[in-house]
Design a binder for this molecule. Structure first.
Ligand code: 0O2
Ligand code: 0O2
Length: 268
């Protein structure tokens, strides 16, 4: 078995990779925020697996010590948390767009479409990542886990229970965990629906305010073209529709006003 000092040496490029990847994903989040745009990344964490966990996992999986670095894919791990489940696939696309640039995608595991028996949900991408060390370039494997805040909450609790029970969680607790994973998924779906509602409402509001501003501008054009009577009629109609009519009535009114104007003077 490797001496602890040797392990420390082995883990140096993994530590560097985790630091670099954290900076890269946090920068994506910061870029969106600086542009006042919505960021699909809420926050990012990362860790290098502890030596004890590496040894325990290699024993459990029957991985020979000299093959740990080529067969254990999550010695370097990055976790990207998203607010909404839709964001996960946006982050996956962002990562795919960097394939063969600063990282190489080895394969992907979609535990969201295919959750694990435990109820675990997350999107995993295994990558190869080049690290420049004092002894030249080293390409290491890293695991990117992309999940929602609700998935992360569930996984954190379940992981700590596993730790407490040393992989022998009683059957009734397992069943309750599976149920709570479904509840977390329902929460994610609800939040996604609310988000769509908010975005739709914002778009409808924007559309209505554009139509209103076009109506007002075109009534002014009618008036300045000597069509004072029509302008006053449309003004009254507009007030009536604005307070009592539908968005569709407003759109129709705009079309009607445009019909009375020379083509080159229409606002749209
Ligand atoms: P910011 O700008 O405050 O988000 P390190 O980079 O070493 O400081 P590391 O190793 O990435 O930290 O992991 P750590 O300490 O677990 O936390 C990583 C980042 O995630 C920290 O922000 C935390 O504030 C943030 N974080 C943890 N839990 C939550 C959470 O529930 N919600 C939100 N929004 N953020 C959380 P940073 O990296 O200091 O930067
Ligand atoms: P850590 O560092 O404690 O998180 P295996 O670990 O053998 O089951 P494999 O093939 O290495 O599986 O990869 P897999 O299944 O993609 O899992 C790798 C990591 O995903 C795990 O790392 C966990 O972080 C997470 N994970 C997978 N399944 C579960 C689960 O049922 N519950 C929770 N909470 N997390 C899970 P490790 O090795 O556990 O290490």
């Amino acid at each position: 078995m490797k001496k602890v000092r040797e392990w420390q040496r082995v883990l140096i490029p993994y530590e560097q990779a985790v630091e670099e990847l954290k900076v890269k994903f946090k920068s994506i989040r910061n870029e969106f925020r600086e542009l006042n745009e919505y960021s699909p990344i809420e926050f990012v964490t990362g860790r290098v697996k502890k030596i004890s966990s590496i040894l325990e996992k290699s024993k459990r999986r029957g991985i020979p010590e000299d093959q740990i670095e080529t067969l254990m894919e999550d010695i370097a791990g990055i976790r990207i948390m998203c607010q909404f489940s839709d964001d996960i696939y946006k982050v996956v696309e962002l990562i795919r767009s960097r394939d063969n640039k600063d990282l190489k995608i080895v394969y992907e595991k979609d535990y969201i479409s295919n959750p694990k028996g435990s109820g675990y949900k997350s999107y995993h991408i295994i990558i190869k990542y080049p690290v420049q060390t004092a002894f030249g370039e080293r390409e290491i494997l890293a695991e990117l886990q992309i999940r929602t805040l609700a998935m992360n909450f569930w996984a954190t609790i379940e992981h700590s229970l596993n730790y407490k029970y040393k992989d022998t969680i009683p059957e009734d607790v397992k069943e309750r965990l599976r149920k709570s994973s479904e509840a977390a998924a329902k929460l994610d779906d609800e939040m996604c629906e609310i988000r769509k509602e908010i975005i739709n409402a914002q778009m409808l509001f924007e559309e209505k305010s554009n139509v209103v501003s076009d109506i007002v501008k075109n009534i002014n054009v009618l008036s300045s073209n000597g069509k004072e009577v029509e302008a006053l009629e449309y003004q009254a109609k507009f007030e009536e529709i604005f307070f009592r009519g539908s968005d569709w009535d407003l759109q129709e009114l705009l079309e009607e006003i445009k019909g009375h104007l020379p083509r080159y003077k229409i606002f749209e």
